[in-house]
Design a protein around this ligand. Structure first.
Ligand SMILES: [Zn+2]
Length: 109
């Protein structure tokens, strides 16, 4: 009777080591200088043309600086300087009182 059971089992520990490397931080490259439209520089009409005088009796001139709803346009739209914008505002308001310029579109009958 010979019992020879030799079992040599080599257990290879399969160690799955995952190497996490090579994670490159990608930075999104920003595009530079994509200006398609170059805005024209605004200028104050009244400063440019000294002959233009802001007059509350001139509704044609004042109407250039109001919207279609007779609101006074801001200087950032028209480019008028602070000094002339002030004068313009006063002129428009005076013209309104004198009924040379409308307050609202409803008044325009
Ligand atoms: Zn001006």
């Amino acid at each position: 009777m010979t019992d020879s059971v030799n079992k040599e089992e080599k257990k290879v520990a399969a160690g799955g080591e995952k190497k996490e490397g090579g994670s490159e931080a990608r930075r999104p490259a920003r595009r530079q200088g994509g200006r398609k439209f170059q805005r024209r520089r605004k200028f104050c009409k009244f400063c440019a043309d000294k002959t233009m005088v802001i007059d509350y009796k001139d509704p044609e001139l004042l109407s250039q600086f109001v919207t279609d709803r007779y609101k006074i346009l801001p200087s950032r739209v028209t480019g008028t300087c602070a000094k002339h914008q002030r004068l313009l505002t006063t002129a428009v308001k005076r013209a309104r009182v004198l009924a040379l310029l409308a307050f609202t579109p409803l008044h325009h009958d």
